[in-house]
Design a protein around this ligand. Structure first.
Ligand code: BGC
Length: 345
C-alpha cells in the first residue's frame, strides 16, 4: 500500500451541485429520508419505480442517487449469499411509517463474524460510541446524526429488509472514498471527440471491473481507521488501477512520483454522503466522498501504466456513458462530473 501525503484536501472545490445537495440533505432525527442528493436546483428527480426491485444487478437508468428512496439497498437476495431480504415496498421504507408486521431477516456474513481487523465485534460484546469519532473509527455520518435503537444504529435512509451487518464490517456508517480520474477523449489525430447529438466533448475515466460482482466501477475503497480521505483516494487508485501492492519498492516509489502530481492537483468533490449500495442493511450502510481529478491537457495521467490489482479484475479508460450500468451509485457521480465539466452525458 502506498502511504504518503496528498494535498488536494486543502484545495478541494465543491461542485455547485454538491453544495446544493448538501443544503438540501438535512436528515431529521425522526428518520425521514429527505431529498438528499439533488443534481441541480430545479432538477430534483424522483424514482419512477414504485415496486420492490427484483434483483441486485437490476439498475434501471432512471434510478439514481437523487431518488428519495434507496433501491439497491432493498435488492431481494443479499449479495454473496442466498439470504432473502424481507420485501420492503416503497411506501414502507421510511422508519416514520408504522409497520408492526415488519420482520427483517437477520444476517451477518461469516467473514464478518470471524472478526477480521476491519470489522466490529457484535453489539452487546462491545460498546461502540455512535455519532462520534470512536477512537480511530469514524462513526459520524456525512448525513448528520442517525438514530440508535436498542443499541443498534438505524439506516438514515430507512428499511432494507435485513438487520445485522451483512458483508459490512462496521455498525452504522462504513466510509469509502472514490477517486474519479478523468481526461478528454481524443481521436487518432489528437482532436477532442464530440458527441454529435449533444455537441459536447466526451470524457473518459479510469474504470475497474470489480471482482466481487463483475460490474464496472470507480476504483474506490474503504477509508482505514484514522486515515485521511485524501490519502484513501490516492491509495485505492494505486492499489486497484496501478496494482501497487504487487510492485517492488522501487516501482512503487516511481508510481508514487507519477501520481503525486495528479492527486495534489485541486480535486473537485462531486459527492459526499449515503450510497445506495446492495450491501446496506438496517444497521450498517455505505457512505462515500467522490472526488474528480482531471487531466485537462491529457499529457499526465494518460501515461499511467494501468494494471488491475487488489479487488479489480480489469482496468481501462472508459468513455462516460449514461446507458451503462455501473456499480452502486457510481453512475450518479459520473453524471455530476459530466455536468460540472460541461461534457456529454
Ligand atoms: C467501493 C466504492 C463505493 C462504495 C459504496 C466501496 O466498497 O469501493 O467504490 O463507492 O463501496 O458503494
Amino acid at each position: 500500500m502506498i502511504r504518503g501525503s496528498a494535498s488536494w484536501a486543502g484545495s478541494v472545490r465543491l461542485a455547485l451541485s454538491t453544495l446544493f445537495a448538501l443544503r438540501s440533505s438535512a436528515y431529521s432525527a425522526g428518520g425521514s429520508p429527505a431529498l438528499w442528493c439533488a443534481i441541480s436546483p430545479g432538477s430534483l428527480r424522483k424514482s419512477l419505480v414504485t415496486t420492490v426491485p427484483s434483483d441486485c444487478a437490476w439498475a434501471p437508468t432512471q434510478v439514481s442517487m437523487s431518488s428519495t428512496l434507496h433501491i439497491k439497498s432493498r435488492c431481494p437476495v443479499y449479495p454473496g449469499s442466498q439470504t432473502s431480504r424481507f420485501p420492503v415496498p416503497d411506501d414502507r421504507v421510511k422508519w416514520k411509517t408504522e409497520w408492526p408486521e415488519y420482520r427483517p431477516t437477520v444476517y451477518t456474513a461469516a467473514a464478518v463474524l470471524a472478526q477480521p481487523e476491519w470489522a466490529d465485534p457484535d453489539v452487546g460484546s462491545f460498546c461502540p460510541q455512535f455519532n462520534i469519532l470512536d477512537g480511530s473509527v469514524e462513526r459520524r455520518s456525512h448525513e448528520g446524526e442517525y438514530r440508535v435503537l436498542d443499541g443498534k444504529p438505524l439506516n438514515p435512509h430507512g428499511r432494507t429488509g435485513l438487520t445485522g451487518r451483512g458483508l459490512l464490517g462496521r455498525w452504522g456508517p462504513n466510509h469509502a472514498a472514490d477517486p474519479i480520474v478523468t481526461r478528454w477523449k481524443k481521436d487518432g489525430g489528437g482532436q477532442p471527440v464530440v458527441n454529435p447529438r449533444s455537441g459536447l466533448p466526451l470524457l473518459q475515466f479510469v474504470s475497474i471491473m470489480r471482482k466481487d460482482c463483475g460490474e464496472w466501477a470507480i476504483p474506490g475503497g474503504m477509508v482505514d481507521p484514522g486515515e485521511r480521505v485524501s490519502l484513501t483516494l490516492q491509495r485505492e487508485f494505486s492499489e486497484e488501477a496501478l496494482n501497487s501492492l504487487a510492485a517492488s519498492p522501487q516501482q512503487r516509489a516511481l508510481l508514487r512520483q507519477r501520481i503525486d502530481k495528479l492527486f495534489s492537483s485541486p480535486g473537485l468533490q462531486v459527492y459526499k454522503g449515503y450510497v445506495d449500495d446492495p450491501r446496506n442493511t438496517d444497521n450498517a450502510w455505505m457512505e462515500t466522498v467522490a472526488v474528480n481529478f482531471h487531466d485537462e491537457t491529457g499529457d499526465s495521467v494518460s501515461e499511467l501504466p494501468l494494471q488491475a490489482g487488489d479487488d479489480a479484475g480489469q482496468v481501462t479508460w472508459m468513455d462516460f456513458d449514461s446507458t451503462l450500468s455501473y456499480y452502486a451509485s457510481h453512475s450518479h457521480f459520473l453524471e455530476m462530473v459530466a455536468k460540472e465539466r460541461q461534457a456529454h452525458w
